[in-house]
Design a protein around this ligand. Structure first.
Ligand code: FES
Length: 101
C-alpha cells in the first residue's frame, strides 16, 4: 500500500498516512487533515503546488490541465498540484512537501 509522508516545511510537523487504494491525493489530504493548503481545487491558483521529494513514480502522470499550470509555476519535474495528482495503488513511499503548507 502506498504510504504518503507529508513533510513539514518549518511551520508544520511531518504527517504519515497509508492510502491502500490510492486515489485522488486531494481526497486523501481531506480525509486525513494533511498539511497541504487548497483553494480552487481545479488547477487554477497554484495554492496546492507541492514538491514530490520521493516516489513520484507512484503518482499517475500529470494531465494536460495540471501540466499547463505546472509549466507556468516552474517548479521542475518533481513538482505537482496536490488537487490534481492521482496516487496509484500498490506498495511504495511518497514524500511530499507543500510549497505553502
Ligand atoms: S488548489 Fe488551486 S491549483 Fe490546486
Amino acid at each position: 500500500m502506498p504510504t504518503i509522508e507529508f513533510l513539514g516545511n518549518g511551520f508544520g510537523a511531518t504527517k504519515t498516512v497509508d492510502a491502500p487504494e490510492g486515489g485522488a491525493l486531494v481526497d486523501i489530504c481531506d480525509e486525513h487533515f494533511c498539511p497541504v493548503p487548497f483553494s480552487c481545487r481545479s488547477a487554477s491558483c497554484g495554492t496546492c503546488h507541492s514538491e514530490i521529494v520521493q516516489g513520484i513514480e507512484h503518482l499517475a502522470p500529470a494531465e494536460p490541465l495540471e501540466q499547463e499550470l505546472l509549466d507556468l509555476l516552474g517548479g521542475g519535474p518533481n513538482s505537482r498540484l496536490a488537487c490534481q495528482a492521482e496516487v496509484l495503488p500498490g506498495p511504495g513511499l511518497i514524500r511530499i512537501r507543500s510549497h505553502l503548507g
